[in-house]
Design a protein around this ligand. Structure first.
Ligand code: MG
Length: 249
């Protein structure tokens, strides 16, 4: 279902979003070589709970942690683990959701650990910028296809693969609501976006092929098919009359 929020609900969305934003700031501050993804997830979990919020990802369809931590060729849904050590030169994508007073926030950042290669750095920057290419044109009356078109056109200029099978989404009292928000599409097509719709825009961009694989053993981890790195950037966005507002930025 597509939901339009009233002003009270928008205020609650902003509260939840602020917790996600702060959890990601904490992750950025604490991430360092030698740490396991289990430890980083624990810091995020403890922070969210301390705010009187619930980690949206924990037990979501059985997901076993409060954040997804996805390194290098892992596109999304990496499961934090005591066996996964964060090292200098890695791209680490951290995806966090929090529910407060019945409403969710959801956002992701890709962090560079220490010095990373020039190609990884550019991938990270282009992924982030592809998000802002979309939000720069958004306002009441635009279409979902305008978002995907902007992300896709920008990222493919650099020869990158734009992941198709994983997409953004509406958000509210449920973490995943309609509409679907793909990172490709035709300008002027698709669901009309109206004031106080809240959506997550989340480009997942690969250095190489757009093709991905799903781990059949853990049932979650999504990797690039060619083993090359991937980056992820996401915010929860409120459509406004003349532009957008961010709850998680
Ligand atoms: Mg999301």
């Amino acid at each position: 279902m597509i939901t339009i929020k009233n002003e009270h609900e928008i205020a609650l969305m902003k509260k939840a979003g602020a917790i996600v934003k702060d959890a990601l700031c904490l992750a950025e501050e604490k991430i360092k070589p030698g740490m396991t993804t289990y430890e980083l997830n624990r810091l995020i979990h403890e922070f969210i709970v301390k705010q009187g919020a619930h980690p949206s990802f924990l037990n979501y369809n059985g997901f076993p942690a409060s954040s997804c931590i996805s390194i290098d060729d892992v596109v999304v849904h990496g499961i934090p683990s005591k066996k996964t050590v964060i090292c200098e030169g890695m791209l680490v994508s951290v995806d966090v959701g929090a529910m407060k007073d019945g409403f969710h926030g959801d956002a992701a950042r890709t962090f560079a650990v220490g010095e990373v290669s020039a190609e990884k750095r550019q991938l990270m920057e282009v992924t982030k910028q592809s998000f802002f290419e979309a939000t720069a044109i958004l306002k009441n009356g635009m279409r979902v296809g305008d978002i995907g078109n902007a992300v896709y056109n920008y990222a493919t200029k650099f020869g990158y693969g734009v992941v198709r099978e994983m997409i953004g989404h509406g958000i509210g009292t449920k973490m995943h609501e309609l509409p679907d928000v793909p990172n490709y599409g035709e300008a002027g097509r698709g669901v009309r976006l109206v004031t106080n719709m809240t959506i997550c825009i989340e480009p997942m961009i690969n250095l190489g092929t757009e093709k991905i694989t799903f781990d059949e053993i853990d049932g979650w981890t999504v990797r690039t098919a060619d083993g090359k790195p991937s980056a992820h950037y996401e915010n929860t966005v409120i459509i406004k009359e003349d532009g957008v507002e961010y709850t998680t930025l």
